[in-house]
Design a protein. Structure first.
Length: 363
């Protein structure tokens, strides 16, 4: 670029408003909640037995059990991919298959980890909104018992979905009933389960145990933790060897108290739900404000903390260069903006100002 063009580009950049302090790239980009940091410091006072034989882990397990309403096996893991692998591998044999939406995290964002660690097949089905329907299972169930074909054994759904939608209680229960009727288990990837529970206006036990879920992950990293997720086995017959699977998969933390302390801090006083409610509300505010900007078309009203929008094709990269986010479907000019417990009104104001400066002139 010659000097004149460089000066012109610099002048355009200088005229842009300051980008938001918070990131709309992902809720994973949010900082650690102050209460979590305090809990980590408190847990660091002296030695404790390893591998979960400590009072912090016992307390966190009890707190999760209280939320899911009854006895459950609770196993803390390092992260979401690992937790999904552990939950699925504990239910699957290599000749079996998991049925899920084609947009599922276990399909597109885990580098094939579930296939590698389970040896099982993945039957990824198309959906318009990231949600499976019971009737979609039927064409894949008539091969049950046929030795030449992978045997469906698990239905896996994300709650909330990767497309920002939420299964209603009836929708989850219907999938569970259809799966159980054919001897399959229902697994929930709950990386954003808190956001879904907040959106449904219900409690965790109603959302999962009462809806027929067998095994789930319970996400904390996207909701204020530094790291750490939980595998929760609601039906002990679904995953009898899950503890051994977690160890073999490298997901048993040695200093488990540092995961457990974070979980207890987030569950204390329903902080996990308050965080999710805040993130969901921030997404609704962002969508409402962005929709008023020429050139911005909101794809659907946010149900959780994800905003999907269509932008002019030539506006996407300049906007990403100013404040980074991930494109979702380049062919449809669809992008995704994520909010978190840490998103502020000022972040929304600044991002909308960027839309007005970068997108509106290209509308």
């Amino acid at each position: 670029m010659h000097s004149g063009a460089m000066e012109q580009a610099r002048g355009v950049t200088d005229r842009l408003p300051p980008p938001p302090v918070g990131s709309f790239a992902s809720d994973n980009a949010a900082p650690v909640a102050p209460a979590v940091l305090d809990a980590l410091t408190a847990a660091n006072a002296g030695p404790a037995l390893a591998y979960g034989d400590d009072p912090w882990t016992a307390a966190a397990v009890d707190a999760v059990r209280d939320l899911v309403g009854g006895d459950a096996e609770v196993l803390f893991c390092w992260g979401g991919t690992g937790a999904n692998v552990v939950g699925l591998a504990a239910m699957l044999q290599p000749w079996q298959a998991v049925i899920c939406p084609e947009s599922a995290h276990i399909v597109v964002d885990e580098a094939g980890a579930p296939v590698r660690f389970t040896g099982s097949s993945v039957l990824a089905l198309p959906t318009e909104d990231g949600k499976l329907r019971p009737e979609q299972l039927d064409p894949h169930l008539h091969w049950l018992g046929e030795v030449h074909h992978p045997q469906p054994a698990v239905v896996s759904i994300s709650q909330a979905t990767e497309m920002g939608t939420v299964y209603s209680l009836d929708e989850t229960a219907a999938l569970a009933e259809a799966a159980h009727r054919h001897g399959l288990r229902l697994h929930v990837d709950g990386a954003r389960l808190a956001n879904a529970v907040a959106a449904l206006g219900t409690d965790l036990a109603t959302a999962v145990r009462d809806s027929g879920v067998d095994v789930m992950t319970f996400g904390f990293t996207k909701n204020g933790a530094m790291y750490g997720e939980a595998v929760v086995v609601l039906d002990p017959d679904a995953a009898p060897a899950v503890g051994f699977v977690r160890k073999q998969a490298g997901q048993l933390p040695s200093k488990a108290r540092y995961v457990a302390a974070q979980v207890s801090a987030l569950l204390d006083g329903d902080r996990w739900l308050d965080h999710a409610r805040h993130a969901n509300a921030a997404a609704r505010l962002l969508a409402e404000r962005a929709a008023a900007v020429p050139g911005v078309e909101i794809d659907r009203t946010p149900e959780v903390n994800a905003v999907f929008a269509r932008l002019p094709a030539d506006a996407i990269e300049p906007l990403r260069a100013w404040s980074f986010f991930w494109p979702w479907d380049p062919e449809r000019r669809l992008v995704r903006w994520m909010t978190s417990f840490a998103t502020t009104d000022s972040d929304v104001d600044r991002f909308v100002a960027g839309l007005e400066a970068i997108v509106a002139p290209r509308a």
